[in-house]
Design a protein around this ligand. Structure first.
Ligand code: ADP
Length: 626
């Protein structure tokens, strides 16, 4: 019966693009179309007369039969499993697939049939799954994501993900259907905003960094990427915006920039050079300014070019201890050579550091010129003080020596004259007769001479001490040269030996000096007394005085024992006595004192002498003391 309209039926079946399976009320397949053959991978003949279960995965068989019976009873068109469950079909090759099955009951000649329209949902499900995945991805993305509707006025937000809300702190109502600009609050003067506007105008994608504000007013740096979505006609329908909070990065960057600025602007020198090649990688402004090289020049140089290190080996010997011995910091005192050839002392603080993967040395350099000067000055002061102390010590020592000498002199030099005086006084008392006046005079003279001698020694000692202390007060007055010479000669006369004679200088009556009279007298009498002392009896002593415009020159010439050549250089040293003088009384102090005084008064004292022939001692003194 069913076959009667077979041809019409076939044509109808084949024109339906959906797969069609027709079953009777026992669920026996009566007919299928081409599309169903293709979908299930069977030939029609393999299925006709087979139960519908052939096309249903085994695990659904019982369930399916129950449903089917219910459905037959209802006699209503419906979609299988619509409310309750997913429906699956099974192909000949046993592959199952999700399906949408629409059941259409109908009757022909009172016989009930069911036409099942089957759609393979595999593709749809796949797409749905993919969409779900994408949605999930959007939701779980840590970047804020918004989608706007570009076809609506003012480009309102139609989607945002949880990260966007978390980042900005706004509620759903505050976000949805608003333009993104609410994130800028009042901070509208941003170059990046113009860039963004231009891109939107042109329908282009763009990336900008904006200052945005959370609901609570906190600023965050928003690294925003926007991408337009175009439809087939090329019209922008949506924008996708991806927000990235780069506040931390920005802060670190700012901090880093600040540090870089400090590095660059520091007036101290800072060098960075490669630990392997030793070539400079970077040097700051301070280094360029101080050393006179440009950065470009530095890049081709190593520290060897600016330090006294001769070669790489020498430099490495010094600095590689940082690597080899794991030392944190190295302090090196060296010298830096400028481009112009000048140099200056430096203290270098060297550390090992990393630049990316590269080992580098970082050197912070201090110009220690000032410090060096200070140290040098300090050293000089110390040296000066030491010298002064040594001098003081020497003076102290001298004084001690002097005292010792004085004591020994007292015992030696005083003993002879004192015993002479004693003998003379004893003898004096014996010459009681009137006719013995000669003898008495002789002893009185001896006593007088010895007393003068002792007095001179004491004067010398007192002078030495005062000279050494620097406390000698010179007293200047204007006096006649003849007055001093008279005094000296008068006193010297008492010392003259038998037959000795002093030639008094000529033409001195008019000469005057403005000097310390006592000192001139002391010096001159020392020379005259020596001339007497170191000459034999019956010799002549000449005193000459010549005055020029500036100076007065006194010469004392004798015909005495003279001074041995080898002793001449020491004659003015304190306590020094020439070898040939030791038989005469003396202390070796007189000439030393005379020289000190004459020098203090800006004068000179010197001599010429030949042993056994005689000496000439000369004093040159300015006519007027300053
Ligand atoms: P003193 O005469 O007490 O030894 P001086 O300082 O006056 O000390 O002289 C130092 C030394 O110089 C003497 O000891 C002597 O050797 C030598 N001298 C000084 N004047 C003469 C002189 N006119 N002729 C030879 N020697 C002299």
């Amino acid at each position: 019966m069913f076959k009667q309209d077979q041809e019409i039926f076939n044509i109808l079946l084949e024109t339906i693009s959906q797969s069609v399976v027709i079953v009777d009320n026992h669920q026996i397949i009566m007919e299928i179309n081409k599309s169903a053959e293709k979908l299930f991978g069977y030939h029609k003949n393999e299925l006709i007369g087979k139960p519908l279960n052939t096309l249903i995965p085994k695990e659904y068989h019982t369930n399916h039969s129950a449903h089917f019976k219910g459905f037959i009873k209802e006699e209503k068109r419906r979609e299988m499993g619509k409310q309750t469950m997913d429906i699956f079909g099974v192909k000949k090759n046993e592959i199952t697939f999700p399906a949408k099955i629409e059941l259409n009951p109908f009757s022909i000649y009172n016989k009930p049939y069911t036409m099942a329209l089957i759609n393979d949902l595999s593709e749809k499900k796949k797409i749905k799954k993919r969409l779900m995945l994408k949605n999930k991805a959007l939701k779980s993305a840590s970047n804020g994501i918004v989608i706007t509707d570009a076809l609506k006025p003012d480009n309102p937000i139609i989607y945002f993900n949880p990260a966007f809300q978390k980042l900005t702190g706004y509620t759903k109502e505050e976000i949805l259907h608003k333009n993104c600009r609410f994130l800028q609050k009042d901070d509208r003067q941003q170059g990046a905003i113009n860039k963004l506007k231009n891109a939107i105008k042109k329908g282009e994608s763009c990336q900008v960094t904006l200052r945005n504000y959370k609901k609570d007013g906190t600023l965050f740096w928003n690294d925003l990427h926007i991408t337009p979505i175009k439809n087939k006609k090329g019209i922008v329908t949506n924008y996708i915006g991806i927000l990235n909070d780069i506040t931390d990065k920005k802060n670190t960057e700012e901090e880093r920039n600040h540090l870089a600025k400090i590095f660059d602007e520091s007036v101290n020198e800072i060098h960075v050079f490669d630990a392997k090649t030793l070539k400079f990688i970077n040097v700051n402004y301070g280094a360029q300014k101080t050393l006179g090289y440009t950065l470009d020049e530095f890049i081709n140089m190593t520290p060897i070019d600016i330090t006294p290190y001769n070669d790489e080996i020498e430099l490495r010997e010094t600095i590689d201890v940082l690597q080899n011995k794991n030392i944190e910091k190295l302090e090196i005192e060296t010298v830096h050579y400028r481009k112009d050839g000048t140099h200056y002392p430096v203290k270098t603080h060297l550390q090992l550091s990393k630049l990316g993967e590269r080992d580098v040395y970082v050197a912070i350099i201090l110009d220690i010129t000032e410090q060096k000067n200070y140290t040098k000055k300090l050293e000089e002061t110390v040296a000066k003080r030491t010298e002064e102390l040594n001098a003081a010590l020497a003076a102290e020592k001298n004084l001690n020596e002097l005292k010792t000498k004085f004591l020994s002199l007292v015992s030696h030099e005083f003993k002879t004259p004192l015993s002479g005086i004693l003998t003379s006084t004893m003898l004096l008392s014996k010459y009681q007769l009137e006719g013995q006046q000669d003898k008495r005079d002789k002893h009185i003279k001896t006593i007088t001479d010895e007393v003068i001698y002792l007095n001179n020694i004491l004067t010398d000692f007192l002078s030495v001490e005062r000279l050494d202390k620097g406390s000698y007060n010179y007293k200047f007055n204007t006096f006649k040269v003849s007055k001093v010479v008279n005094e000296v000669v008068y006193n010297a006369n008492m010392l003259l030996k038998e037959g000795q004679h002093i030639n008094y200088p000529d033409n001195i009556d008019e000469l005057s000096l403005h000097q310390d009279e006592k000192i001139i007298e002391l010096a001159l009498s020392n020379l005259v007394n020596n001339a007497i002392k170191y000459s034999e009896e019956n010799t002549v002593i000449d005193i000459d005085v010549v005055q020029t415009k500036e100076t007065t020159i006194f010469k004392v010439k004798d015909q005495g024992i003279g001074i041995p050549l080898k002793d001449q250089k020491n004659i003015f040293n304190r306590y020094f006595r020439a070898e040939n003088a030791l038989l005469s009384q003396g202390t070796g102090i007189g000439l030393n004192i005379a020289k000190d005084h004459i020098n203090n008064l800006k004068g000179e004292i010197y001599f010429e002498s030949t042993e056994n022939k005689g000496s000439v001692f000369t004093i040159e003194i300015p006519n007027t003391a300053e």
